[in-house]
Design a protein around this ligand. Structure first.
Ligand code: ADP
Ligand code: MG
Length: 334
């Protein structure tokens, strides 16, 4: 088994492209671009809590950095540097090699230099700290939504939760949905280009890591406003829609824009080749209040109910999260 220093030298030391001094000294040296603010974020991934013990090492390497890159995307920042603190149980060379491959694959995809970290023995866990840059004053924050703004979401959130449900035997996906949902779960594609393009357009943004309702709730609380969503406008139906509302781990962007900018957002989606869906409106309701309107115009107000109770009004027209085993529903996912 390699020593701590061999592990660092062999697996976690790579060339850098925009770093003064990287891995190997007591500290790293970076020179932020003049006129940019630094955006800094950190995320912990703990075995048993955030990933299953048998998760593929390469996928885990990708995801441990990707979730941090997604935080940069949600701030409208360009990800630039990362630090990796790794706790490894008697690491096998194959496992670390695969983890490092996934990590650096993601780093190369998003232009991130790994500039330092820490490595120690213990129950498997990873902590990645990321630094990004955003033009001063242009960061996308959660507290900027205004009454009358439109609410948009990128991609097809809910698919990572569907992939997990399949792996846990709670449902059965068929191709091509199976491959797509497992890719969404294992290899999320943080929306950095979208975040950067939303400078000067979006009033607020967040990445969808806990499900659309929970994450929209954060924007509403911090902006002290309410929201009205149209169920029929959500980019999913059936079980996939339930996963979209309550499932996590997709790392799509949820953002608000002044209604006058809707056309600009639609054009942006075309330019980026990315599905962008307008799903509702910010309203001057009770702070944090989220109203869902169904196809028949019925209004459901989840903020006044417990979380599980909230899901129940949807069951009539869709498949509930508690009913994931009911086949066949894969036809709703294409
Ligand atoms: P120190 O004792 O000064 O904390 P370490 O021996 O822990 O130094 O680390 C040596 C160098 O390797 C440092 O530059 C540190 O940032 C880097 N490093 C340690 N672990 C990792 C890792 N998992 N990934 C990237 N760099 C690492
Ligand atoms: Mg150290």
């Amino acid at each position: 088994m390699p020593s701590e220093f061999e592990i660092i030298a062999r697996y976690f030391t790579r060339g850098t492209s925009h770093t003064t001094l990287g891995v190997g000294d007591d500290g790293a040296l970076i020179a932020p671009t003049p006129g940019q603010e630094l955006v800094i974020s950190t995320d912990l991934l703990v075995e048993g809590t955030h990933f299953l013990a048998d998760t593929d090492a390469e996928a885990l390497g990708w995801k441990s950095l990707a979730v941090n890159v997604s935080d940069m995307a949600a701030m409208g920042a360009q990800p630039r540097w990362a630090l990796l603190a790794a706790v490894l149980p008697a690491p096998t060379v194959d496992w670390i090699e695969a983890f490092a491959r996934g990590f650096f694959d993601c780093a190369a995809s998003y232009g991130v230099d790994l500039i330092g970290g820490d490595t120690t023995r213990g129950p498997r866990a990873f902590c990645v700290t990321i630094l990004g840059e955003v033009p001063a004053g242009r960061a996308l924050r959660r507290d900027g939504a205004k009454a009358g703004d439109s609410i948009w979401v990128s991609g097809r959130p809910g698919r990572a939760a569907l992939g997990l449900a399949h792996l846990q035997g709670r449902t059965t996906l068929i191709e091509p949905a199976l491959t797509e949902c497992l890719a969404a779960l294992h290899k999320p594609q943080p929306r950095v280009a979208l975040g950067l393009a939303l400078h000067g357009i979006a009033s607020a943004a967040i990445d969808v890591s806990d499900g659309l309702l929970a994450d929209l709730g954060h924007i509403l609380e911090q902006s002290a406003l309410g929201a009205r969503l149209h169920i029929a406008d959500l980019p999913a139906a059936g079980l996939e829609r339930d996963c979209l509302l309550a499932g996590g781990d997709d790392y799509e962007l949820l953002f608000t824009v002044p209604a006058a900018s809707d056309g600009e957002v639609a054009a942006l989606g075309t330019r980026l080749g990315l599905r962008l869906t307008r799903i509702g409106d910010i309203v001057a309701g009770r702070p944090g209040e989220l109203v869902l309107c169904d196809d028949g115009g019925t209004v459901i107000t989840p903020a006044t109910r417990g979380y599980d109770h909230f899901m129940s009004p949807l069951e009539a027209g869709t498949v509930s999260l508690a009913d994931m085993s009911r086949p066949p529903w894969a036809g709703t996912v294409s």
